[in-house]
Design a binder for this molecule. Structure first.
Ligand SMILES: Cc1cc2nc3c(=O)[nH]c(=O)nc-3n(C[C@H](O)[C@H](O)[C@H](O)COP(=O)(O)OP(=O)(O)OC[C@H]3O[C@@H](n4cnc5c(N)ncnc54)[C@H](O)[C@@H]3O)c2cc1C
Length: 386
């Protein structure tokens, strides 16, 4: 099949993952949902494919397949349980990107190979109870004490926190400057005295993903654990989000494709008024709208990824793609649920699970409203090149 400008080796790799998902992941979908986690032998297979380190360059043990390669794999994985995405997303995204963007050579060599190999799990601690969309309003502080920094504060909704080995932590080092030079990024390792796990929240979907509070209680970390320069943390944090937003969009597209297939299969077999409901124009139009929007999102994603891998760093493109794909996927889930009628509301068809799981994507790594804020800033500065 013709795919514009996407390197063949990436398409081949994505095909290998698609086959793996179909043969090995889809059959254990219910088991994962029941147990709330992926069986260890499957985690090992994911490690062997190198999927924990797709965005990490080969010199640090990763696959280095860029945003396009990662997004093709993320789409393929979305045909399996959502837990697969959760498993690899943080190591490939917010958990490793600060090190990649601003870490020194020593830090990269020390941490990245284990992150890429899935031997160490990462988490990214930005959000706080009082600082969500307005991340710069954070209250967590880091104060210099000789050759150490002492961190105090509370982060919440932190994905992977209870199982993480390496935490990227954003803390205030200058209360006056805040986003403009007053926030610093740190690496905190598991087991550091003063690092504690707080409350775990139950959530409506993505049950196999785990997140919790992280408490820093006089947590002392050596000065060599600063990522980049003191005061650069906010800029680093914002830079780490671009690739995460593209891959969130890719997952949404993968889920939407799977939902469309479920909707179309059901419409062909469900008979009412003596004919398959696929014969009714109302149903056909819902399927057509889903397909059209998936195509639009996919085209945006391909363009944004190819530009990203080509060196163009545009937060607006990443935000537009994430905004459109996440809202699109929720519309697709809603229509496909409607096509299933009452069965769509029942747990066994799994449509309701996608409906719940997908709702997260309009919130996480920046809500839809915040994506619009990022996009409109670029519009007003005449920065967007279509
Ligand atoms: C399951 C899950 C996992 C997460 N994982 C992580 C993680 O690993 N690390 C991490 O740091 N964070 C994580 N988060 C946090 C996530 O990024 C935040 O929830 C998100 O950024 C929104 O912040 P908030 O929840 O505080 O909402 P709020 O900021 O309180 O927003 C509430 C509402 O107000 C709107 N709003 C806020 N400001 C504006 C504005 N200026 N203009 C218009 N509307 C506005 C929002 O769009 C939203 O609708 C996770 C969240 C969830 C739910």
């Amino acid at each position: 099949m013709y795919k514009p400008a996407i390197p063949n080796e990436l398409l081949d790799f994505a095909d290998t993952i698609k086959t793996f998902v179909k043969k090995e992941c889809e059959p254990i979908d219910d088991l994962i949902e029941e147990q709330g986690k992926i069986p260890e032998d499957m985690v090992q297979k994911i490690r062997e494919f190198g999927l924990f380190g797709m965005t990490i360059p080969e010199q640090y043990g990763g696959l280095g397949i860029g945003a396009m390669g990662y997004c093709l794999v993320a789409k393929a994985l979305s045909w399996g349980h959502g837990a697969f995405r959760s498993l690899i997303a943080v190591n490939n995204g917010i958990g490793s990107q600060a090190l990649l963007v601003a870490g020194n050579e020593e830090q990269k060599k020390k941490y990245l190979p284990d992150i890429a190999g899935g031997k160490k799990i990462t988490s990214f601690c930005l959000t706080e109870p009082g600082a969500g969309s307005d991340a710069a309003a954070m209250a967590t502080t880091a104060v210099k004490d000789g050759k150490y920094w002492v961190i105090n504060g509370l982060k919440h909704f932190i994905t992977n926190a209870p199982i993480a080995d390496i935490y990227t932590v954003l803390a205030l080092t200058d209360k006056e400057k805040r986003a403009k030079g007053g926030i610093t990024a740190f690496i905190v390792e598991k087991g550091t005295p003063g690092l504690k796990i707080g409350q775990l929240h139950n959530h409506m979907g993505s049950k196999a993903a785990i997140q919790s509070e992280v408490i820093f209680d006089n947590c002392r970390i050596p000065e060599e654990n600063v990522i980049g320069k003191v005061g650069e943390g906010f800029r680093i944090a914002m830079k780490t989000l671009d690739i995460g937003r593209l891959t969130l969009a890719a997952s949404c597209i993968g889920y939407a494709e799977k939902l469309l297939k479920m909707g179309s299969d059901y419409a062909k077999t469900r008979v009412q008024f003596e004919k398959p409901i696929a014969k009714f124009q109302a149903i056909q139009w819902m399927l057509a709208d889903c397909a059209t929007e998936i195509y639009a999102a996919n085209s945006m994603l391909t363009d944004a990824c190819l530009r990203y891998d080509g060196g163009e760093r545009s937060p607006a493109l990443a935000s537009m793609t994430k905004l459109y794909a996440s809202e699109m996927a929720c519309r697709v889930a809603d229509r496909v649920l409607q096509i299933h009628g009452g069965m769509g509301y029942m747990v066994e068809t799994k449509v309701e699970r996608y409906y719940r799981d997908l709702r997260l994507y309009r919130i996480v790594e920046g809500t839809s409203e915040i994506q619009r804020l990022v996009i409109s800033r670029s519009v007003l500065k005449d920065e967007i090149e279509f």
